[in-house]
Design a protein around this ligand. Structure first.
Ligand code: COA
Length: 150
């Protein structure tokens, strides 16, 4: 599998990015100021992540998704680790990520990749998303913030 930065003349994989974030407007905003990386296997798209510089020396993984038929094969973990490596190589000192209180698998994945929980943005998803989101039988209301030093 190869991971590369999407070039300016390539279309971002919108359907895949929308798997991680139901708001097209928010995804478009992130793509304007962030860097989009794609993972390909045999020239087929299998995953994506977007890195967005947020504060001096800090970058955030604002989107990460794996093509559904390839879930559970370790690609998500590989992408998170690659994002950490890329951020470090580019001189950032801190990498952050946020996920919903209902995203149990994602919370496991990020902690397995070294992220620690640093805070909770109460009612983030209620304030920023029009539709109610449910996962694992839990309403997604709060954003769990995670971070790691590089
Ligand atoms: N409890 C414990 N561990 C869990 C878990 C749970 N409920 N659910 C997942 N995990 C672990 C897996 O066991 C694995 O760890 P391991 O390698 O130590 O076994 C790790 O989390 C992730 O597995 P992996 O196969 O690398 O994940 P993936 O390729 O399926 O990708 C996502 C993960 C989240 C990127 C993928 O499911 C996806 O695209 N989801 C839709 C988009 C999305 O939600 N993006 C994130 C928004 S915050």
């Amino acid at each position: 599998m190869e991971i590369r930065r999407l070039s300016i003349d390539e279309e971002p994989p919108m359907d895949l990015l929308l798997l991680a974030d139901p708001s097209r407007n928010i995804v478009v905003e992130y793509l304007k100021s962030g860097e989009c990386f794609i993972a390909e296997s045999d020239n087929q798209l299998v995953g994506v992540y977007v890195l967005l510089p947020t504060r001096p020396q800090t970058v955030e993984i604002v989107n990460i998704a794996v093509v559904e038929e390839h879930h559970g094969k370790g690609i998500g973990k590989f992408l998170v680790k690659n994002a950490i490596k890329t951020a470090k190589k580019n001189g950032y000192k801190t990498i952050e990520i946020g996920t919903g209180n209902s995203s149990i698998g994602q919370l496991a994945l990020y902690q397995k990749c070294g992220f620690r929980i640093t805070g909770v943005d109460i009612d983030f998803f209620v304030r920023h998303y029009q539709e109610e989101i449910f996962e694992n039988g839990i309403q997604c209301r709060d954003m769990i913030r995670l971070s790691q030093d590089l």
